[in-house]
Design a protein around this ligand. Structure first.
Ligand SMILES: Cc1ncc(COP(=O)(O)O)c(C=O)c1O
Length: 458
């Protein structure tokens, strides 16, 4: 399938100031009807009319390049005809089955099994949870507690694992938790190998990985560290919401080795970075590490809500109905997800993401060298972060400049979101079917927007 046929080729096409009249009307109706937690339209104020591949048309006929990709869900883009065909077929036959078997259920399980990372490949058990990523994280928490009969949990600084109570307890951002405590007890956070801001003040990414892993080992080894042997450790092999943080490959390997030594299940959260996003089918495959449990969602359902965990067969120690729920695997999402894995393999999407990502990184690295406000550009494949600072010497984060750049890009027809410890990282997460041409145009707009905001600083 030609990727050129999957997006509006004339993007970006902006007429006048945005949001336009129709978008403004719908946004103000939304504000009247929906509660205050609505957030994305506050950063990118438009009302969508039609999504197509890596482009979005709004209700005023403006066309945007989509560097947000539904927060990683839309790996295959909006309304990919390959997926939609399968969706229409299945919807004629079946709507909802709880966990009764269907052909499509078994089909997607076998396909997931065949692409899993490390020792889980063709050698794991799978269960579907509720439809969102947080549900998969809750399943992993429960399973690891049942396996170990322990209840402590370890997560990493900068982690994002979701908003339900257990997943939120493992999420590091204070903003989401501050008026909502206590969540589940005995959760400990340890430093992630975030080399740009390494708490151990190391010089290189490798040294930061080593120091962070040494500290991690120390808290497990020292009987007075205050951390009682945990039920599991959960880690994003490449952190997403935390600011697209790519640790040195040795980090994930060391953490996994340490867990194996202390017999603590290790969970890789691949909800955002999985499914070809980073140039491998799963982001952990940049290292040689193998998880005990892996959490899956977002791109898993080909654009439809689906989540699952896969785990080592010998860890299948829970009993019938130990973890249930009405929406345990949605049939439409399973059909879309199954087609999506085929599409990824047939089009060698991991390679495409890697090559295009490398090409874009070269342009962005040049921008980093020339700019006084780009602290660091980092990423793998089509998961790239641009960390914005007020001062490159002090690395003082600048969420203000970052949101100005986002707004400037938006006015020029590119949608991008922001994340990071200090909300100062532009997070490039486009559909993986974006054409080289659209990606280059969008990145040029990004660089021009950075230059414009930098030149506005008095
Ligand atoms: C790594 C990771 N884990 C878990 C989640 C939670 O997924 P959901 O928002 O679908 O509950 C997210 C969402 O962004 C994520 O990026």
């Amino acid at each position: 399938m030609k990727f050129e046929e999957l997006s509006f080729e004339e993007a970006p096409k902006i007429q006048g100031k945005i949001p336009g009249t129709n978008s403004r009307k719908i946004l103000s109706q939304q504000e009247k009807l929906e509660g205050k937690p609505v957030s994305y339209p506050k950063g990118s104020p438009i009302a969508f009319a039609q999504g197509f591949g890596a482009t979005i048309k709004d209700v005023d006929d403006n066309i945007f390049i989509d560097f947000f990709g539904g927060a990683g869900v839309l790996a295959l883009g909006h309304c990919n005809p390959y997926i939609e065909k399968k969706v229409i077929e299945i919807q004629k036959n079946i709507t909802h089955t709880l966990d009764f078997p269907t052909e499509i259920r078994l089909e997607i399980i076998e396909k997931i099994q065949s692409v899993l990372p490390g020792d889980l490949k063709n050698n794991s058990k799978i269960i579907f949870g509720g439809p969102t990523g947080s549900d998969a994280v809750e399943s992993a928490i429960k399973l690891s507690k049942i396996i170990t009969k322990r209840h402590g949990l370890i997560a990493f600084e900068g982690a994002y694992h979701g908003m339900s109570s257990g997943a939120l307890a493992l999420t590091s951002g204070k903003f989401w938790k501050k008026n909502y405590l206590p969540l589940i007890p005995e959760v400990h956070f340890v430093p992630y190998a975030y080399s740009y801001r390494c708490p151990f003040k190391t010089e290189t990414a490798e040294e930061c990985a080593k120091a962070s892993a040494n500290f991690y080992e120390h808290i497990l080894e020292d009987p007075h560290s205050g951390v009682v042997d945990p039920a599991m450790t959960i880690i994003e092999p490449i952190q997403g919401e935390g600011g697209t943080i790519v640790p040195h490959n040795s980090f994930i390997e060391r953490i996994t080795d340490i867990n194996n030594m202390y017999e603590i299940p290790i969970v890789f959260d691949e909800i955002q970075a999985g499914f070809c996003r980073t140039g491998k089918f799963f982001s952990s495959e940049h290292s040689g590490a193998s998880p005990d449990i892996v959490t899956l969602s977002k791109a898993l359902g080909g654009g439809y809500p689906l989540s699952a965990i896969a785990y080592r067969k010998d860890l299948d120690v829970w009993s019938k109905a130990a973890h249930i729920g009405t929406f345990r695997g949605n049939v439409t999402a399973m059909a879309a997800g199954s087609a999506s894995i085929d599409f990824m393999l047939e089009n060698n999407l991991a390679n495409y993401a890697e090559e295009l990502g490398n090409h874009l990184m070269m342009k962005l690295e040049k921008c980093e060298r020339n700019s006084a406000i780009v602290g660091e550009v980092r990423g793998k494949g089509l998961m790239i972060g641009i960390e914005i600072v007020a001062n490159k010497e002090t690395k003082k984060p600048s969420p203000e400049l970052c949101s100005k750049i986002r707004d400037e890009m938006f006015q020029r027809g590119v949608i991008i979101e922001i994340g990071g410890h200090y909300n100062n990282v532009l997070r490039f997460l486009p559909p993986l079917v974006i054409t080289r041409k659209l990606a280059e145009i969008g990145i040029e707009i990004c660089i021009e927007s950075i230059e414009k905001i930098e030149s506005d600083i008095v």
